[in-house]
Design a protein around this ligand. Structure first.
Ligand SMILES: *Cc1c(COP(=O)(O)O)cnc(C)c1O
Length: 337
């Protein structure tokens, strides 16, 4: 089955499993796991930050970051379709008593900075204290430019706000922009990155930033149940992926572009957007035979997809070959024939 539902569905390759099996480990709650320590140092260095913390997931990385920046009754500004706002169970509000202030996010994935600036609250007992501005890159596959991120950093600076990046797919952004990961991370105080998406590890994310904030985040991770023991076994997968799986993201981007081109040529298919490793596609449901569910019909043709009505997000990743792209285009063509 060609699985285009997400870049999280990858299988750890034999070489990654071998690196995991060979990992030197210790009790990370005592700070004694050499492989976890190495991963944290490598990621801090890659992102140009002072320190880094291995966490179980992107959700935990973002939440530890938010909790480190904000106290009870503080507020963070976030895109209205941002992952930290929409898709993390309201964790900041539930567990941190941190109020989100959502602002509109446009089709480039960027938040409306004018609206963000207007939503910064003056010091007044009526208001929550605005404390943090949060961006996401990539956002639905779309890449924020260095200019966009720097404009946001300048806004944060003007108002004394901290600046956090949900960089679950920061690696894709860096490859697409042709810059280092550190260049993408530079406009931010803290950055959360995932190892389990395009990089293909079984689990794990890293939060990077100034040493004092990462120390705070470490305490929050403990409280969130994220204290880890011989976690070097999974950290080793991260180290392997950072070495072998970043540059090849360009292949995923090329595959997504090829997929979008091929699908766009099919009558009844419309491409809403294609950026980095994500293609958002829409089909003309009236062309399908009555009762045909696109998901089931494509699965019958060997392609696993996820749909919201007539719209689907197709995601390329390291288990998707160029042949699989051709098969997928054929499956759509056959479905709509
Ligand atoms: C997946 C994702 C996260 C959260 O990562 P999990 O590991 O699934 O908790 C955060 N932000 C974005 C943009 C994501 O795509």
């Amino acid at each position: 089955m060609i699985d285009l539902r997400s870049d999280t569905v990858t299988q750890p390759a034999p070489a990654m499993r071998a690196a995991m099996a060979a990992a030197e480990v210790g009790d990370d709650v005592y700070g004694e796991d050499p492989t976890v320590n190495e991963l944290q140092e490598v990621v801090a260095e890659l992102l140009g930050k002072e320190a880094a913390l291995f966490v179980t997931s992107g959700t935990q990385g973002n939440l530890c970051g938010l909790l480190a920046h904000c106290g009870r009754g503080d507020e963070y500004i976030v895109g209205d379709r941002g992952h930290t706002y929409m898709y993390e169970g309201g964790g900041a509000a539930v567990l941190g008593s941190i109020q989100p202030q959502p602002v509109a996010r446009d089709d480039s994935g960027m938040i409306d900075l004018a609206a963000a600036e207007e939503s910064v609250k003056p010091p007044d007992h009526h208001f929550a204290r605005t404390r943090l501005l949060c961006l996401e890159n990539t956002a639905d596959g779309r890449v924020l430019t260095l200019d966009q991120m720097e404009a946001s950093a300048a806004l944060a600076d003007r108002h004394g706000l901290a600046h956090h990046l949900d960089g679950a797919r920061l690696w894709n952004a860096a490859v697409a922009l042709g810059v280092t990961p550190a260049a993408v991370a530079a406009p931010f105080d803290t950055v959360s990155v995932c190892l389990s998406k395009g990089l293909g590890t079984p689990m794990g994310s890293v939060l990077a930033g100034p040493a004092d904030l990462i120390d705070q985040a470490h305490k929050w991770r403990k409280m969130l149940g994220g204290g880890l023991r011989q976690a070097g076994i999974v950290a080793a997968a991260g180290l392997y992926a950072l070495e072998h799986h970043i540059d090849r993201l360009a292949d995923d981007h090329a595959n997504a572009a090829r997929l979008a081109d091929g699908l766009a040529a099919i009558d009844g298919v419309k491409i809403d957007s294609c950026a980095t490793n994500m293609v958002f596609v829409r089909i003309d449901a009236e062309r399908l035979e009555g009762g045909t569910e696109p998901r089931h019909a494509l699965a019958d043709r060997g392609v696993d997809t996820r749909w919201k009505g007539p719209r689907s997000r197709l995601v390329t990743h390291l288990d998707i070959t160029t042949d699989a792209i051709e098969t997928t285009i054929d499956a759509f063509a056959d479905l709509l024939a």
